[in-house]
Design a protein around this ligand. Structure first.
Ligand SMILES: *Cc1c(COP(=O)(O)O)cnc(C)c1O
Length: 569
């Protein structure tokens, strides 16, 4: 689908500029790795549906994140995930230049337009340094998402934050707010400080020329990381070696920290609206950054993108208008039980056929199917379900089947071991419980999984799950969550009504050692019996997942909050 569109169509009115290191708009545009990028894509799609004046900026990452190969032991190898931007987007002739290690690096923009059925359109500018004018090393800056060392990452962040800001000005955009989706784009604040310097003659204190207030009035910062160690930091010797053509280092230190350049600190010091991505995450962020006013806007997902075909048909029939007005899910009770169940079984058959084709797992349509798919990393505890294999085999034999998927970051050794551990248990429990691991988790596989399983499992170690979004996708397909009370689930959970909790309530201290016990207990005494013996109650819970969870945890509601809380100020 070629989009030969003139950029002039979009520069007529002032825009919100949404900056994100990754954007997941569709499976074949491989500029995303996981939750953060998919959230960015969903944000942009809802902005287009709601006809918001937005423009988005990201990197072109032509070699993608990586393609996951797994051997018979579950050992991961990472292959390049090349894709061809020419198929999807239009190169523009404008250029921006940034100085990196004193070299001029040229940046070219590509235009992709997210066009909604409502007539709304949001242009995405993909930044590309792979140009003959650049040195071979600089051509690679925009190749790999989250690849390379910290110097490579810092160069990418210069291109995104500083280059991105320059290019949208070059393209003729007037920007009324800059929204940083996580700290990777925070260097844009330095570019704005430079641009809006006060015009004072005879300065007696050089600090007076920097108009931080002006920059703050233009910036919104969203943090996604509930642990201090998770924030991007760069040592100042690296910064001084690589970054030129910006404001003096002592001024940067004032906003970004004395010891090293902390991208989150830089972003929050130069924004007048800062938010976490769930209520709990907002609280956790306040403790991490005392003295700052930190709000919370709970994430959502794009309803139309994350609803499978059979449920789309069901909603079109009983809840017309749902896709651009997810509030209509409040009337989910209009859908007859049998039709709801049939729509679910259609999605389930598609998933089970796919899993059996991919893995020869021999799964069947009628067994209670548990899904778990997300980044393979320690805090997500993908193997919590196997804490007591004896008990699992004894009480759940033949009653459940489990489908896994997820990539580990190339340098995350514990994450890689988690995948191997799942393979090991899969082989060990083979005769009792069917377990499958689908390789190369991506947006297409995600849609099959979140719509085709019977329950969606999530077992993060509290409070590390800032929000989580895959569970919200599941609820759009009537799939209830079974999850630790962290992130969004604290807000979406009503026990036995919208789904089930694992472990203690969020107001009491976490007790990770007992989470597995609680998981087994609920599985044995509530979930398995309800699924096999109380179909009416089960379908009521599916209905509540839609009417109480999907109704609220969508990006239409989320974007309306960003507009009223953050953008219009
Ligand atoms: C939604 C999504 C995620 C995020 O999953 P969480 O459970 O929120 O971590 C990751 N990867 C892909 C491909 C997704 O579609």
């Amino acid at each position: 689908m070629l989009q030969r569109m003139a950029i002039e169509e979009f520069t007529k009115e002032p825009k919100i500029a949404y900056f994100s290191m990754e954007i997941g708009i569709k499976n074949d545009i491989k500029t995303y790795s996981g939750g953060l990028g998919v959230l960015a894509g969903d944000t942009i799609k809802s902005a287009a549906d709601l006809r918001l004046p937005m423009i988005a900026v990201t990197l072109l990452t032509k070699k993608g994140y990586f393609k996951q190969e797994l051997d018979i032991f579950g050992r991961q190898t990472e292959l390049p995930d090349d894709w061809d931007p020419n198929i999807f987007m239009t190169p523009l002739k404008e250029r921006a230049i940034v100085l990196i290690e004193k070299r001029e690096v040229q940046i070219a923009p590509w235009l992709y337009v997210v066009a909604s059925a409502t007539g709304g359109k949001v242009p995405i500018i993909f930044l590309d340094t792979d140009l003959p004018e650049n040195s071979p090393g600089d051509r690679e800056i925009t190749h790999r998402l989250y690849g390379g060392d910290s110097a490579y990452r810092f160069k990418q962040e210069i291109v995104l934050g500083i280059g991105g800001t320059r290019i949208i000005e070059e393209l003729g955009f007037e920007i009324k707010k800059y929204h940083m989706n996580e700290g990777h784009s925070s260097l844009l604040t330095l570019e704005l400080l430079k641009r809006y310097k006060k015009d004072i003659e005879e300065v007696w204190d050089e600090r007076l020329v920097w108009d931080a207030e002006k920059v703050r009035s233009l910036c919104v910062f969203t943090t996604h990381t509930p642990v201090a160690a998770g924030h991007d930091r760069f040592p100042y010797d690296l910064v001084q070696r690589i970054l030129y053509d910006t404001i003096p280092i002592n001024v940067i230190q004032e906003f970004a920290g004395k010891e090293d350049l902390n991208m989150t600190l830089l972003g929050i010091n130069l924004s007048n609206y800062i938010n976490g991505v769930a209520k709990k995450h907002g609280e956790v962020s306040k403790v991490m950054f005392p003295g700052y006013v930190i709000h919370a806007i709970t994430n959502g997902v794009h309803s139309f993108t994350w609803t499978c075909d059979s449920f789309k048909r069901l909603y079109d029939k009983f809840l017309p208008g749902w896709a651009n007005e997810p509030e209509i899910f409040v009337r989910v009770g209009r859908i007859p039980d049998e039709e709801m169940w049939e729509a679910h079984m259609e999605a389930k058959r598609i998933l089970i056929d796919y899993v059996n084709r991919e893995t020869q797992a021999g799964m069947n349509y009628d067994t209670l199917t548990i899904g778990f798919a997300r980044r393979a990393t320690a805090y997500k505890r993908a193997d919590l379900l196997f804490a007591d294999q004896e008990r699992l085999a004894r009480t759940c034999e033949g009653r459940i089947q489990i489908i896994y998927a997820g990539k580990a970051h190339p340098r995350d050794e514990t994450g890689k071991q988690l995948i191997q551990h799942i393979f090991e248990i899969r082989d060990r429990l083979k005769s009792k419980i069917k377990i499958a691991f689908i390789k190369n988790y991506n947006m297409d596989i995600a849609l099959k999984l979140i719509s085709g399983v019977d329950i969606w499992l999530n077992t993060p170690l509290r409070p590390y799950e800032a929000s989580g979004t895959s569970g919200m996708k599941a609820t759009h397909n009537g799939v209830p969550n079974f999850s630790v009370l962290d992130g969004w689930w604290i807000e979406g959970h009503i026990e036995g009504y919208t789904g089930w909790a694992i472990g203690p309530s969020p107001d009491v201290p976490a007790d990770p050692a007992r989470d597995a016990d609680d998981l087994y207990y609920k599985l044995e005494t509530m979930i398995i019996p309800a699924f096999y013996n109380e179909k009416k109650i089960w379908i009521r819970i599916m209905e509540n997942a839609i009417g109480k969870n999907a109704y609220y945890f969508n990006t239409h509601r989320m974007m309306r909050l960003y507009v009223t809380e953050a953008y219009i100020r």
